[in-house]
Design a protein. Structure first.
Length: 283
């Protein structure tokens, strides 16, 4: 039986739960519960505050956890990051009030920095040989300069909207972060085997999310050029259409090259292009 710790409520909760359910675990939403048994996999889910997950996983109370890398780096626990999950992407940045003449990181020398991430900030300053006064606060960091508590802040930024509405400007990116899967460092052989099974499923789910299935009609005299544009898992599937001189072509496209390839397909005479999401992709 695997114990997997995920966030009880907050930015990571829904995506963590969805990912595990797409991997077939069958977990009922634990809004009011602290733990839940998976229906289709030997796993128990613990719903915790994200800040507590590193300790639970280090101690082996949970075998796996899903949380933001920023929390792991701050807590400095002994854990293995075994997969990057691609959601909850953000950065931890230093910001100063608009109008300040910020030159470079040495501007921070002797200044007060408010943050909930004092260890990460300390490491960053040490790397740059800067001494500053770090004020650890647990929330509403962005108002600190406005009320005279600090000269600068270090906080999580995603769109930058919060900084802007508080009259702050981002000047340094300290770390980039995303949700990751972490594991205890001393797992039994049985647990490792279960984790391998889960990782195989996560890879299939993530691969599917990054790819699209595409179907199109191609005039046979353009087939060669059209196939030349398509990558496909092995090679594209080509089937004759009921209308003489036309074929149906099926393939898989990576999300990142998607639009570029669509333009090239159109330019080469493809018609009736259909794009379909893929649920699981196993290579
Ligand atoms: O209750 P619990 O302790 O479990 O949750 P929490 O309040 O500590 O964390 P939560 O749910 O807010 O965030 C969980 C994780 O999501 C973080 O540790 C990050 O890894 C990640 N994440 C991604 C973010 C953001 N994006 C984000 N935008 N965490 C926080 N923010 C906040 C940020 O603190 C700031 O106040 O959003 C604001 C900035 O957003 P923008 O879009 O205005 O730049
Ligand atoms: Zn938290």
């Amino acid at each position: 039986m695997l114990r997997i710790a995920i966030q009880k409520s907050g930015r990571l909760q829904e995506k963590s739960l969805n990912l595990l359910n797409e991997c077939g675990l069958g977990i009922d939403n634990g809004k009011s519960e602290l733990k839940a048994l998976a229906r289709n996999f030997p796993a128990e889910i613990l719903f915790l505050r994200d800040d507590d997950i590193p300790q639970y996983v280090e101690d082996g109370v949970a075998d796996l956890g899903i949380l933001g890398e920023n929390v792991i780096l701050e807590k400095k626990k002994k854990l293995d990051i075994i997969e990057r999950l691609g959601f909850a992407k953000c950065r931890l940045s230093i910001a100063v009030p608009k109008g300040v003449e910020y030159t470079n990181v040495h501007w921070l020398e002797g200044k007060k920095i408010a943050t909930s991430y004092s260890r990460i900030v300390q490491d960053f300053l040490a790397r740059h040989g800067v001494n500053a006064d770090i004020h650890e606060i647990s929330g509403s960091v962005e108002i600190a300069p406005g009320i005279g508590l600090a000269d600068a802040i270090c906080d999580i930024v995603s769109t930058g909207g919060t900084l802007m509405s508080n009259g702050l400007i981002e000047v340094e990116t300290v770390i980039k972060s995303e949700a990751v899967l972490v594991a205890n460092t001393q797992l039994s052989v049985e647990k490792k085997a279960l984790i391998d099974k889960l990782m195989f499923r996560i890879a299939a789910v993530n691969k599917a999310a990054n790819n699209k299935y595409i179907l199109l009609n191609a005039p046979n005299n353009k087939l060669e050029q059209i196939i030349g544009v398509l990558p496909g898992m092995k090679s594209p599937t080509v089937m004759p259409l009921a209308i003489e001189g036309w074929s149906s072509v099926h393939s898989v496209l990576a999300e990142e090259d998607f639009w570029e390839i669509i333009h090239q397909l159109k330019a080469n005479g493809a018609q009736g292009i259909l794009v379909i999401p893929i649920e699981k992709m196993i290579l």
